[in-house]
Design a protein around this ligand. Structure first.
Ligand SMILES: [Zn+2]
Length: 393
């Protein structure tokens, strides 16, 4: 009798030990996969990105300073109305990890977000705006050595018919209202492209007047000192500006866009609607004429495209930074001097890769559990035991 009891106790002890080992294995697999998919994958993927080299002809024997700028667009932080809470949590975590990893690895001097930072700024209440803003500031936190500049998008203040002074003011109170500034000799103009409707509305008229004034200042920088009326004011560096806006300049469609993150082939030839998908022809001509930019960067379409406008100004459409809008988000890295620039694209981890890893891990866990309870088909179980004994050797 005592021998039987001893045998049962020994059997229970072995069973308990095996279960503990299984639990330990499951915990290790789950933690490793979570750490990889939610943390280390960003380092692994972004580690491949490098600042492009810019040609640097020495000016008067001196090398021109190079500005390292990151351009991203359409983060679309969900508000209180749209989207599931889990979707919101996941997308914000992904963008936060991507942004913080990029800051740590790439060390940009300035980051530009080309509009549609928020998804519901066009209708959010004061409380909802404050909540969204709080989350934005946590996600896109940065040291004082990095500047963060944000362009107005239609989801931040509403389309033209929704846009109001109140919404523009609350946006500019946080992100500033400076439209023209210089960094390391590079002039930037940030346009409120939602106000380029051209219908003479108060906000539109003020925006156009401001752009004409910017145009005058840029022209002044090209005039010889002592020869013009510009002499009484500080001069901008002698450099054609980089134009940053949310809506792209007018183009008929994305038919000529290519690359892995261009719009899907079935959408590329769908004609764009002026003042909705892209700026009107008239507004685009005005911007090109007034500002004579050497480079234009825009957002809004969520897909990549490169366009050469009349007069030779190239425009780069920056794809969305959110996995809610794309499987393969990215951002642009720019090395800029007052006379030259070089751009390259940095891709973030693909959503497919992360999901495939999770599915593979789930299948592995299932096999582990079934093997423990010996519920696998006998041939599979035999193979599993063979592998295990082989690995233990
Ligand atoms: Zn937009």
């Amino acid at each position: 009798m005592a021998l039987v009891r001893w045998g049962l106790r020994r059997q229970n002890f072995h069973l308990l030990r095996r279960r503990r080992v299984l639990l330990l294995k499951l915990t290790v697999v789950v933690i490793s996969v979570l750490l990889f998919c939610e943390y280390f994958i960003y380092y692994l993927v972004l580690f491949r990105c490098h600042w492009p080299e810019v040609k640097m002809p020495a000016r008067g024997g001196r090398q021109e300073p190079v500005l390292k700028a990151m351009f991203l667009a359409d983060t679309h932080l969900l508000g209180e109305i749209r989207g599931h809470w889990l979707d919101k949590l996941r997308r914000e975590w992904q963008m936060e990890r991507a942004f913080q990893t990029a800051l740590w690895l790439l060390q940009p001097e300035v980051v530009f977000i080309l509009g549609d930072v928020f998804d519901e700024g066009k209708w959010s209440s004061a409380q909802a705006w404050a909540d969204d803003l709080h989350r934005f500031q946590r996600m896109f936190r940065h040291g004082s050595h990095v500047q963060l500049k944000v362009v107005i998008g239609n989801h931040d203040i509403g389309f033209h018919y929704q846009m109001s002074k109140y919404r523009i003011n609350r946006f500019e109170k946080v992100f500033g209202s400076e439209r023209l500034f210089s960094l390391k000799g590079v002039n930037f103009v940030m346009v409120n492209s939602v106000a380029m409707e051209g219908d003479g509305c108060t906000i539109c008229s003020e925006a156009e007047a401001e752009l004409r004034e910017i145009s005058r200042k840029l022209n002044c920088s090209q005039e010889v000192q002592g020869s013009s009326q510009c002499d009484h004011e500080p001069r901008l560096p002698l450099s054609a500006p980089v134009l940053l806006q949310h809506y792209p300049l007018y183009r008929a469609s994305d038919a000529n866009c290519s690359g892995e993150d261009a719009a899907p082939p079935e959408e590329r030839s769908v004609p764009f609607e002026e003042k909705y998908d892209v700026l009107s022809r008239e507004a685009s001509q005005k911007l090109l004429w007034w500002l004579r930019p050497r480079l234009i960067l825009s957002g809004h379409t969520h897909s990549a495209c490169e366009v050469l406008h009349p007069g030779g100004a190239p425009e780069v459409s920056v794809p969305s930074f959110s996995w809610r809008n794309r499987n393969n988000p990215s951002f642009i890295m720019g090395s800029l001097t007052s006379r030259d620039y070089a751009l390259s694209k940095c891709y973030l981890p693909c959503e497919d890769t992360v999901l495939t890893t999770y599915c593979a891990a789930a299948a592995f866990l299932l096999v582990l559990i079934l093997a423990h309870f010996e519920r696998l088909p006998s041939s599979f179980l035999f193979g599993w035991k063979l592998c295990r004994s082989h690995l233990r050797r």
